[in-house]
Each structure stands twice: as C-alpha cells, then as structure tokens.
Design a protein around this ligand. Structure first.
Ligand code: RTP
Length: 155
C-alpha cells in the first residue's frame, strides 16, 4: 500500500458544463494546484454526443444515462490531466461524494454543489480509467499530454 501511494500517477479531471457556466474553473483548478499536483494539460472543449457516450459507457444501462449525456453536452467542459503521487485517489477525495448533499464540506462538491445531476466536476475512479480517459481525450480531443512540467524541487 505504501509503495502504491508513493507512485507518480496521472488522472483525468473534467470540469462539467455547470462548473464552467457558474464561473468555477479558477476555483476548481486552484484546489488541485494548492494541494501540490501538476497540471499537465488543459482544454476548453464542447464534447460531442458520441464521446460523452464513450466516456460514460459503464453507465449506459442506467435510467439517468440520457439525462447525463444531455448535461455533459450542454456546454463546454474543461478537460485536464493532473499528475502527482497518489493523484487518482486524492483527486476523488478533493472532489467529494457523487451526491453533493452527501459530500463533506471542504470538498469541491460539498462546498459548491447541491444536485447529483449538477455536480460540477468529474475525476477518474482508477488509474486505468484515468489512462483510458486521457488517451481518449488526447486522441479525439487533443486535450491533454504533449508536454511535461518539472516537479518542484527536481532542479
Ligand atoms: P464522475 O464519474 O462524474 O466523476 O462521478 P462519480 O464517479 O462520482 O459517479 P458515477 O456513479 O460514475 O456517475 C457519473 C455521473 O452521473 C451522474 N449521475 N446522475 N441518480 C442520478 O441522477 C445520477 N447518478 C449519477 C452524475 O453527474 C455523476 O457524477
């Protein structure tokens, strides 16, 4: 477990249309920056329906799936790749529970949202899904990767 926590990982974070429309982009980016993670790529992007369906393909059978696709495609999203030790699990903690009313105060959803269907941000739930989402982003969206930042203190 300790070894896993020390591994440098990447995760895919997406500010959803309500986050962009409500002017929360700076606030959300700031929370990841202040924690000490590295922003590796960023793009403002209008997600086409097909890519939204691919991104949420695991939820295809859910009754809320059509609404979810309408929501995600309702305006531009901000696609980002963030790098750091343990960033996948840590980002999920920073984001908070899926239902913002159950998310702890201090988390993004706990502080900034009230509805599950308007929960302002997405974070990959595993390292593998992060890779898949970043690759799908960079291939189809050209949203992330392609440059590296130096870690603080690496000289
Ligand atoms: P995300 O993928 O967006 O980071 O969210 P999550 O892992 O916390 O939650 P997940 O179960 O993967 O659901 C993805 C998104 O679907 C919407 N949702 N609506 N009952 C509902 O109406 C409902 N349940 C989920 C939310 O926008 C959720 O973030």
């Amino acid at each position: 477990l300790v070894a896993a926590l020390e591994e440098v990982e990447e995760t895919y974070i997406m500010i959803k249309p309500d986050g962009v429309q409500r002017g929360l982009v700076g606030e959300i980016i700031s929370r990841f920056e202040k924690k000490g993670f590295l922003l590796k790529g960023l793009k403002l992007f209008q997600c086409p329906k097909e890519l939204a369906e691919e991104h949420y393909k695991d939820l295809k059978e859910k009754s809320f799936f059509p609404k979810l696709i309408d929501y995600i495609t309702s305006g531009p999203v901000v696609c980002m790749a963030w790098e750091g030790v343990g960033v996948v699990a840590s980002a999920r903690k920073i984001i908070g529970a899926t239902n913002p009313l159950q998310a702890e105060p201090g988390t993004i959803r706990g502080d900034l949202a009230v509805q599950t269907g308007r929960n302002v941000v997405h974070g990959s739930d595993s390292y593998d899904n992060g890779k898949r989402e970043i690759v799908s982003g960079s291939k189809k969206v050209k949203c992330v990767h392609g440059f590296r930042l130096r870690h603080p203190g690496s000289g």
